[in-house]
Design a protein around this ligand. Structure first.
Ligand SMILES: [Mn+2]
Length: 274
């Protein structure tokens, strides 16, 4: 069975439609995995979320930082950012069902020998450990205390992993790695300032997937989140955020032969935000 991994949608539902039609032409019934940031910044967050959910068992997703932001806005913890485009979801009849569905999605998952995350993986984690740590977050997010958890989720510390981390610090570190990381130090200490591509790598930092002795390097990791990186294809690393909301493309990759399908997108947001 063919599987296509699909980069950040960010509410670009017109392009999602185009892309799905093209996939159906070459591989009808192909399985789909979305690498997160389904919503926000683009023009059609509600329609995008509904469409991905309606794909049912054919599609799986991992949550991105914008998807978590939607959950925080939906439960009243955060005010929408000026460039957020979540109002149509907030006003939708099926809002509660959509939010509940989103809240029950994973932050990391393995399928067909690939590990899927929105942003990245810390060098201390194996692929299976990454999924187990993601489960710790999912258990809380899907449980009765999910609003209290979201309230404590935001913040940049602790920026470095330690197996002994506990409670909110532990969950925050896991969420930040899986949904926000781009660059880190050699020891895996996360940086949250640099948002440019590899040509602008700050001194002392490296992309998370180049960290030395990364314990997940025996597994191909598929991720999104980093539009300034563009399409990144290495033997064991596939970055798929090609910046559709910024006027780039929406990219799908066939994970069997690594062929791509891309849809060009109009620019909905000016670069400079993430
Ligand atoms: Mn993101």
């Amino acid at each position: 069975m063919t599987t296509y991994a699909i980069g950040d949608l960010q509410g670009c539902q017109t392009q999602l439609n185009d892309l799905l039609q093209q996939i159906d032409t070459v591989a009808p019934q192909a399985k789909l995995v979305f690498v997160g940031d389904i919503v926000n910044r683009g023009p059609r967050s509600l329609a995008t979320l509904r469409q991905v959910r309606a794909l049912g068992a054919r599609a799986r997703i991992v949550l991105g930082n914008h998807d978590l932001n939607l959950l925080a806005v939906a439960c009243g913890l955060r005010k929408p950012h000026a460039s957020d485009t979540l109002d149509d979801i907030m006003a939708a009849d099926d809002r509660d069902e959509l939010i509940s569905w989103l809240r029950h999605q994973p932050l990391a998952m393995e399928q067909d020998g690939h590990l899927f995350v929105h942003a990245g993986v810390l060098p201390q984690w194996t692929a299976s450990q990454t999924v187990a740590l993601s489960r710790e977050v999912e258990t809380v997010l899907q449980g009765p205390d999910w609003v209290a958890f979201l309230q404590k989720m935001y913040g940049n510390e602790p920026a470095i992993w330690d197996d002994g981390l506990q409670g909110d610090d532990r969950l925050r570190c896991i969420v930040n790695a899986l949904t926000r990381i781009r660059f880190c130090q050699a020891d895996g200490r996360m940086d949250f300032k640099a948002v440019e591509g590899l040509a602008h790598t700050p001194a002392g930092l490296m992309p998370w997937f180049k960290a030395p002795n990364r314990r997940s390097d025996d597994t191909t990791i598929v991720f999104g989140h980093w539009s300034t990186l563009g399409l990144m294809v290495l033997p064991n690393v596939i970055g798929l955020d090609t910046g559709c909301v910024w006027g780039g493309q929406l990219t799908a990759m066939n994970l069997q032969d690594r062929s791509t399908i891309q849809v060009q997108c109009p620019q909905h947001q000016k670069p400079g935000k993430n």
